[in-house]
Structure formats: structure tokens, C-alpha cells
Design a protein around this ligand. Structure first.
Ligand SMILES: Nc1ncnc2c1ncn2[C@@H]1O[C@H](COP(=O)(O)OP(=O)(O)O)[C@@H](O)[C@H]1O
Ligand SMILES: [Mg+2]
Length: 287
């Protein structure tokens, strides 16, 4: 069995490389030859095959290069996760659209589109959003991770300042789940089953991300939490994911779904190595 681990050609921080080595190790244990292929190493023009003579049995796509993923699928390669699932997770607007009405998720408004050089030069829509969603209000760039592009605006003036600094970047506005301030559960799902879960908490920030200073402890999940995480993955069509679930006053609320989760913290917290589960899942699906 031969696979490609497709990774981004430009991001090579130790944090990412470590994840790739966990995945390679898990593959090796199962006799899978997993070759790391950087996204900038493919040079077949459109209309020509990316994988011609050297065709892998599967591709573990650990990048967000949707065009490359879609091309690979078009020539019949089986991707874990699929191009469409990665695309939905990459965009917090698409994720909110996919989940809303099917699993509990914060009420979300997608910011109206603007253009480079124009920006959000009228902010009346923010006033309307604050009226509909309440204050404080969450403002999230559509593309972002590690909590770095998520903001909490306490007042309308705060929200206006945040949005003015975004230039023309796409963003969403979200109801702030106050009960869950600085606290959530990262639930890792593989093949429709929960494999591990950790609670993340931060007393000094509304964001619970570990990279942003959050602490972690193993989480005891309620059946409702498990169901919400599994259903979110089903809706998006994910083989595996890390799902961020907030504590709502009436039960769990799905905040975000990560198609390429950084599972090292979960491993340290729970002892469960997600890379092993992912490889078992791939083998099972290719039978
Ligand atoms: N609507 C919300 N209400 C309360 N807390 C939120 C909300 N959205 C995000 N958060 C907090 O911010 C963190 C980061 O947001 P998230 O959407 O997961 O973005 P990222 O991709 O940067 O992790 C979450 O883990 C959670 O702690
Ligand atoms: Mg998150």
C-alpha cells in the first residue's frame, strides 16, 4: 500500500513537521509507504495528470490547497479528507452554512462582501448585527486558526475598530456564547466515532486555544456532545476532524470544525494518538 501525505510547500514550522512525522510513523507501523509530497512540487499543467506513473493508493491531504485537492480527485485519487470537506472547514462562513439548522451552532451573520482598496467603508451593518446578535459580539475572519483571527468586541465602537483594521478581509459575526467564555471541548472524530476529547480553558482570554495560552484536561463527554461532533462531521463529509464544541446554556454548541487538526495537544492530554486512528480508518476504507 502506497500513499502520499500532501503538505503545504511554504509552511515548514517545527509544529507542522512534528505532525507529519506522527502520521508517517503510524503509516510505517502498518506497512504503508507514505511519501511526503509538498504542494509546490507538482508541476503538471492543467489537462495533464498529476499522478501518472507514480500513482498512490490514497492521498492524506494535510493542506488547504483546494485547487490541488480538487484536481487530484478529478483524476480519481481518493483523498482523506475530501477537497469539499477541507474547503468547507477552511472557511468559517461555509462551515456556519453547512451546520446551521442541523446542529446547534452560534447564530452567525456573514459580513457583506467588499473589495481590495474599498474595504468596509460603511459600518451600518455592524449596528444591525449587534442588534440581532447582541453584545459582546464575536468577529471572526473567515480564514484563520489558533484563535489568532478571532476577536471579541464588547461594544459597537469596539466592533467598528476591529472591522476597520480588517481591510477588505472576509469575516463573520457571531453570537457570543457567554457561558463558554474561555472554555470549550476539542472532540476528535475519526470514521464517525469519537476517539478522544479534551477540555480547554483559559481564565485570561475568551479563546481557549492551547497555542493562545489555554490549558487542557481530558474531557468527560455527554452523549449530546458526542452526537453534535459526529453529526457535524457527517454534514461536512469528513473522514476525520477536530471539532470545537462550546458549553451552551441548553447544551453543546458546535463552534468550529478542523479538517487538518493539530492533534499533538490531544495526544499529550489523553494519550490517544489520532494519527494511528486515521491510518486504521484509511486502511478500513480502502479494503
Ligand atoms: N461564538 C463564540 N462564543 C464563545 N466563544 C467563542 C465563539 N467563537 C469562538 N470562541 C472561542 O474562540 C476560540 C477560537 O475560535 P474558533 O472559531 O475555534 O477559531 P480558530 O480556528 O482560530 O480556532 C474557540 O475555541 C472558543 O474558545
Ligand atoms: Mg478552533
Amino acid at each position: 500500500m502506497k500513499g502520499w501525505l500532501v503538505v503545504n510547500g511554504f509552511v515548514d514550522s517545527a509544529k507542522f513537521c512534528e505532525l507529519y512525522s506522527f502520521l508517517s510513523c503510524a503509516a510505517e507501523k502498518r506497512g504503508i509507504a507514505l511519501e511526503v509530497r509538498k504542494s509546490d512540487s507538482f508541476s503538471a499543467p492543467l489537462g495533464e495528470k498529476i499522478a501518472d506513473v507514480d500513482r498512490p493508493d490514497f492521498v492524506l491531504f494535510w493542506d488547504k490547497d483546494i485547487r490541488l485537492a480538487a484536481r487530484m480527485e478529478k483524476e480519481g485519487l481518493r483523498l482523506f479528507n475530501s477537497a469539499s470537506a477541507i474547503e468547507i472547514c477552511d472557511s468559517k462562513a461555509l462551515t456556519a452554512e453547512a451546520l446551521t439548522g442541523h446542529v446547534p451552532t452560534p447564530r452567525t451573520l456573514i459580513a457583506p462582501k467588499t473589495f481590495e482598496g474599498v474595504g468596509y467603508n460603511r459600518l451600518k451593518f455592524l449596528e444591525n448585527a449587534a442588534r440581532v446578535l447582541g453584545l459582546p459580539i464575536i468577529i471572526k475572519e473567515v480564514y484563520g486558526s489558533f484563535g489568532a483571527q478571532v476577536y471579541l468586541a464588547e461594544s459597537l465602537a469596539d466592533a467598528e475598530k476591529t472591522v476597520s483594521a480588517l481591510g477588505h478581509k472576509e469575516f463573520v459575526m457571531q453570537e457570543f456564547i457567554e457561558e463558554s467564555r474561555g472554555r470549550d471541548v476539542r472532540i476528535n472524530v475519526v470514521g464517525g466515532e469519537v476517539v478522544s476529547a479534551m477540555e480547554r480553558y483559559n481564565c485570561n482570554d475568551f479563546r481557549s486555544n492551547i497555542t493562545n495560552g489555554g490549558k487542557m484536561k481530558p474531557a468527560a463527554l455527554t452523549p449530546e456532545m458526542e452526537d453534535a461532533a459526529i453529526k457535524a462531521c457527517e454534514l461536512i463529509g469528513l473522514d476525520f476532524a477536530g471539532v470545537d464544541v462550546l458549553f451552551g446554556k441548553d447544551g453543546p454548541i458546535v463552534c468550529e470544525v478542523n479538517s487538518n487538526p493539530h492533534f499533538k495537544s490531544s495526544l499529550e492530554c489523553t494519550g490517544v494518538d489520532m494519527s494511528e486512528k486515521i491510518m486504521d480508518h484509511i486502511l478500513e476504507r480502502l479494503k
